[in-house]
Structure formats: C-alpha cells, structure tokens
Design a protein around this ligand. Structure first.
Ligand code: ADP
Length: 414
C-alpha cells in the first residue's frame, strides 16, 4: 500500500515539476491561464476548472479562464468579494470545499445559466503571489469519480501557488514590455525632434555665416574684430548643430554603414588633428605618435572621423590653457588602438562609464564653462561599436588627466 502511494507521489511530483517548468517559461498570460485550468481539471479529475483574478484597483474578481467557454456577459460581470464563494476563498486565503453549491447562499447560479452548465460541487483554492498574498482563485468543479480527497486539495493548492506566482510574473513582464514600448516611442520622438531641429537650424545659420564673412571682407579693423566674435559664436553654434546631426548615423545604425578598408595611420595623418585652431588658441601642445607601418581597418571613414574629431575636441575642451594632448596609435594583437591622452581635468572613477550616456555631463550645465550638449561621447561609442570596436576612458583621477581609447579590429591578410 505504502509502496503504491510512494509511486503515486513520485508521479505527481514529476508532473508538478514539469508544470512548474512550463509555467516559468510561458510569458503569454492567456496561454498560461489555459494551461493552468487544463492541468487543474486533469490533476483533480474534475469536469471543469476556472480561474478568477483579483483586479487590484476595484478589489473585485473576474473570470479570466474556464474549461467552459467564458461568454461576454460572464467575462464582464465582476464577482464581488462579499457574498461569493470565490470571494470567500480569497478572503480566507485558504482552500474551501462546497459539496453542494445549491445549498450555499453565496452560489450565483447565473453563471451556470450563462454557460449552460450544471455545477454541483466546488473546490476553491487561493492563488498566491511570492509574498503569499492572494491574487486570484482557482476552482475545480464536479469531481468525475468519487469525492475530492485530501490529495486533491494539496495538489490544487500547490498548482494554484505555482500559478499565482507565474501569473503575477507574466503580468509584470507584460507591463514592462508596455513600458519599454512607450519609452522607445518617446525616445524616437526625441530623436526625430533633434533631427528636424538640427536640419532647420542649419540653413539660416549658413546664411548668417555667409553674410558675416561677406561683411568682414569690407570692414575696418575695429568692425572686423567685432565680426570675428560673431563669426566665432556662429561657428560654435554650427559645431553644436553638427553634433546633433551626427545622431543620424547612430539612429540609422547598420543601414548607413559604408565600410571600406582604410589605413588608420593615414586617416589620422591626413585629418591633421595636431593642427587644431582651438588648441593653438589655448596654447596647448598637441603631440602625435604614429607607427611607421600602415594599420588596415575595415570601417566607415566618415564615422571614424566623427569619433576622432570628438575625442580631440573633448581633450582640448577639458584641458586648461598650456596643457598637453598626446594622440597615438598602438597595435595590440589583432586590434589598433587610437589613444587620446590629456593632462586636463580628469574623470572620477564613478563617472568613467556614465560619460558615455546621452546628455550626461559631469559638470552641471548651470556652472560649466565649456559648451556642448553631452552627446559627443554617446554618439562616438555607438559609432565605434557599429564598426565592431570598443571605446572607453581611463583616468588616474580628478585633475590628473584622462585617456580615451578607441579599439578597432585590424583587417588582417587572409
Ligand atoms: P560634451 O563634451 O558636449 O559635454 P561629451 O559626450 O563629449 O559631451 O562628454 C560628456 C562629458 O564627459 C563631458 O561633459 C565631460 O564632463 C566628460 N569628458 C569628456 N571628455 C573628457 C576629457 N577629455 N576629460 C575630462 N572629462 C571629459
């Protein structure tokens, strides 16, 4: 006898483990509910099973799944916690067996009428979440042979608990998916806005710059110096707009990628990044160390130039007058590293990764002296990654300078 029970127990346990596996891997609420009721009816050998879930706002129960088809009226009619069998199960937070529903005043026979079914007995158990708080009720209806046993109650209770956790997890998962979708729609709106605004700003600015240059040609020296200030401000504005426009590369992703094999050493040499006007104006010394032999990389050259230009302008921006900037290319195994070292303001360890997030700037925009929108590094990292590389920063600490590394895979001879 004992042996028979042990065997039965092992079989049920194996089935529960399988059920738990399925419940954990299903992320679609409807499929999950259908699976639970079919397992509930089969495990307890009953004619039907139903699930009612609690609406946390109204604190009313709703039929969400049943072996019998849930008709419109049944689905829409909420089941109150007071004066209903399911409500009693949920409130007591423990199993309830009603051997003869017709004799129970809490029984609502409208449900039977709506679905053309005859309910005789109900075994109801609470479905609980991880915190053991009831979130719904699982009902097994009309035992097919004999009457409900203790084992039926235990089995249904375990199933309901597994189901409660799974349903809540799935609900959270769907909420998360919805929130994620909303966020990406908002992100897209912001991206569209930046793209439209930068395009629209570019045209009038080009006209302004054209006129200033024209006026400057015929101006006397006092006027020329004033116009130079205007031109300088307009150039800064053009750089900001350019930074916004660079986002188009990132948002278009792989589709705009125009790969070609280029010599990284030659790219840096021809960009003449050691002859920057701003660095000259700040009396900074820009040194450049290039290897003698070429280093071939397969990249989108326009994107690469945006990245290198950005790293250089940051090094200049965040290094005080008279500071030093060193640009070098190193070969590391199957990669070429483009390194920008400055002896400027440095970066604290907790900011080393944050600076690559869009719009993140270490200094508050209200007090910072440097221009910029906090987009450059985020764009640069995306562009480097689009080209299968990595971009990161290192710094010994504040006021101790920093080094930015752009690592790109070398195109090696086959
Ligand atoms: P922006 O330069 O427009 O502020 P970036 O995305 O290029 O935006 O850089 C983000 C932030 O990272 C900067 O605001 C600055 O705080 C920090 N940063 C970037 N480059 C350096 C650098 N070379 N030295 C110190 N801090 C830097």
């Amino acid at each position: 006898m004992n042996n028979r029970f042990t065997k039965l127990g092992a079989a049920r346990l194996a089935r529960m483990v399988e059920i738990s596996r399925v419940l954990n891997s299903t992320t679609n609420v409807e499929r999950l509910l259908t699976y639970i009721i079919s397992e509930a009816a089969s495990l307890t050998d009953t004619e039907a099973a139903s699930i009612l879930l609690l609406d946390p706002r109204t604190r009313q129960l709703h039929f969400v799944a049943s072996s019998n088809e849930i008709t419109g009226q049944m689905a829409d009619t909420p089941v109150p916690l007071d004066g209903s069998i399911a409500g009693a199960v949920l409130r007591a937070n423990k199993p309830l067996y009603i051997p003869d529903v017709s004799a129970d005043p809490r029984w609502n026979q409208n449900v039977d009428e709506a679905i053309d079914f005859k309910t005789s007995e109900i075994l109801g158990v609470p479905m609980r979440n991880v915190d053991r708080v009831p979130v719904g009720v699982l009902e097994a209806i009309n035992k097919q042979n004999g009457s409900f046993s203790r084992q039926d109650v235990e089995t249904l209770t375990i199933l309901a608990d597994l189901a409660g956790v799974a349903v809540e997890k799935t609900r959270l998962f769907e909420e998360l998916k919805r929130a994620n979708k909303e966020l990406s729609e908002l992100d897209q709106l912001k991206t569209d806005f930046i793209s439209i605004a930068s395009h629209e700003l570019r045209t009038p600015l080009a006209v302004i710059m054209g006129y200033i240059s024209f006026l400057r040609e015929g101006a006397d020296s006092e006027m020329a110096s004033q116009l130079d200030s205007v031109l300088h401000a307009a150039t800064q504005m053009r750089n900001l707009i350019q930074e916004m426009l660079n986002m188009r590369y990132v948002d278009a992703g792989q589709t705009t990628l125009q790969l070609s094999t280029v010599d990284l050493v030659e790219v840096v040499r021809t960009m003449a990044i050691d002859a920057d006007e701003t660095a000259t104006a700040k009396q900074q010394q820009v040194s450049i160390e290039l290897p003698d032999s070429p280093l071939a990389v397969s990249v989108d050259q326009d994107m690469l130039e945006v990245v290198l230009g950005n790293l250089l302008s940051n090094a200049i921006k965040f290094t005080p007058e008279g500071g030093h900037i060193n640009i070098r290319i190193e070969r590391h195994s199957e990669e070429a590293w483009c390194c920008f070292t400055d002896d400027g303001i440095g970066i604290s360890p907790d900011n080393l990764d944050r600076i690559f997030k869009r719009f993140y700037q270490i200094e508050s925009p209200l007090i910072r002296r440097q221009g910029g929108m906090g987009l450059g590094l985020a764009i640069a990292r995306d562009l480097v990654e689009l080209n299968k590389g990595r971009l990161w920063a290192e710094s010994p600490g504040l006021e101790k300078g920093s080094t930015f590394y752009a690592a790109l895979p070398l195109k090696l001879e086959a």
